[in-house]
Design a protein around this ligand. Structure first.
Ligand SMILES: [Zn+2]
Length: 91
């Protein structure tokens, strides 16, 4: 499946970018807009419905929302933005 390959590519790119400090705190989100939960308030079961990662400083952020939204700007990862909608922009 092409979609699965793109998702795997995204997840891999986020892990790499986070590890090498290419994602900064202001570019990440500490909660999921799809369920409205902050990471700090999530139970382990709720956390498991998301893909979370950590910046080198230890701050956790949401990589993939519980409904599949990709919170990290693909452009930061060197991936095509396509029809990605920026969560930081309210319309
Ligand atoms: Zn969620």
């Amino acid at each position: 499946m092409i979609l699965d390959i793109l998702l795997a590519e995204y997840l891999h790119a986020v892990a790499k970018a986070a590890k090498y400090g290419k994602i900064l705190l202001g570019q990440t989100i500490d909660g999921c807009q799809e369920c409205g939960q902050q990471i700090v308030d999530m139970t382990p079961g709720e956390k498991a419905l998301h893909v979370l990662s950590e910046l080198p400083g230890g701050d956790e952020f949401v990589v993939l929302g519980c409904e599949g939204y990709r919170y990290v700007d693909p452009e930061l990862l060197g991936l095509p933005r396509g029809n990605w909608q920026d969560w930081q922009v309210n319309d």
